[in-house]
Design a protein around this ligand. Structure first.
Ligand code: HEC
Length: 174
C-alpha cells in the first residue's frame, strides 16, 4: 500500500506508454528542428543581406585562378632619358630640392660625376639621402639609367644613352 503510493508520487505527468513515446520523440525532434532552423537562418543571412552583387563577386573569386599576376609588358618601348627625367626626376632635380644636384648645373654634378656612371645609376636605383629608390618612381632599371645619363649629360658628362642588352634578358628582372 505505501509502496504504490510512493511510486505514483514519482511518475510525474507521464502516465502511459503513449505519452512516453510522444515525449521521447519531441525531446529528439525539437532540437533537430531548432538546429536546422538556425543553420538555414545563418546560411541565408549574407545572401539576403548583401544582395546579388556579393554573390557574383564571390563566384568570380571562386573562378579566379590561384594567385594573380600583374602583367607588365616587357616589350613595351622603353622610355627615353628625357622622358623619365621630365616624368619623375624633374620634381626635385629641376630646382635642386633638398640638396638634389640641379639639372644643368655643372657645379652640382661635377663631384658626383667623378663617381662614374655605374655608381650614379646605383644611387638612383637604390636611393640616396632624400631621394627614394628610383626617385620614387616605378621604372625599368634601364629607364632609370637613361634618366641618369640624361641628367648627368646636362651637368657636363657625356654618357651614351644606355641600350638594352641583346642577350642578357630583361634589365627589369633584377
Ligand atoms: C624626391 C626628390 C628626388 C627625386 C624625385 C629624384 N631625386 Fe635624384 N636626388 C635627390 C637628392 C636629394 C639627391 C642628393 C642625394 C645625396 O647626395 O644625399 C639626388 C641625387 C641623385 C643622383 C646623384 C647620386 C650620387 O650618387 O651622387 C642621381 C644620379 C640622381 N639623383 C638621379 C635621379 C633620377 C634618375 C631620378 C628620376 C628617376 C631622380 N634622381 C629623382 C632627390 C630626388
Amino acid at each position: 500500500m505505501s509502496d504504490k503510493h510512493h511510486e505514483e508520487a514519482h511518475t510525474g505527468p507521464i502516465k502511459n506508454p503513449k505519452q512516453l513515446l510522444i515525449t521521447v520523440l519531441l525531446a529528439f525532434i525539437l532540437p533537430v528542428i531548432l538546429i536546422i532552423g538556425l543553420v538555414t537562418f545563418v546560411g541565408s543571412a549574407p545572401k539576403t543581406g548583401a544582395g546579388v552583387g556579393m554573390q557574383e563577386l564571390a563566384q568570380a573569386q571562386r573562378l579566379q585562378k590561384v594567385g594573380s599576376v600583374e602583367i607588365r609588358d616587357a616589350n613595351r618601348p622603353l622610355r627615353g632619358g628625357e622622358d623619365v627625367y621630365k616624368g619623375q626626376c624633374a620634381a626635385c632635380h629641376a630646382t635642386g630640392v633638398s640638396g638634389a644636384p640641379k639639372f644643368g648645373a655643372a657645379g652640382d654634378w661635377g663631384p658626383r660625376l667623378a663617381q662614374g656612371f655605374d655608381a650614379l645609376v646605383h644611387s638612383a636605383l637604390k636611393g640616396k639621402g632624400a631621394m627614394a629608390p628610383q626617385g620614387g618612381g616605378d621604372f625599368n632599371d634601364l629607364e632609370i639609367a637613361r634618366g641618369v645619363a640624361f641628367m648627368a649629360n646636362a651637368g657636363g658628362a657625356n654618357f651614351p644613352e644606355p641600350q638594352p642588352a641583346a642577350q642578357e634578358g630583361d634589365a627589369a628582372a633584377k
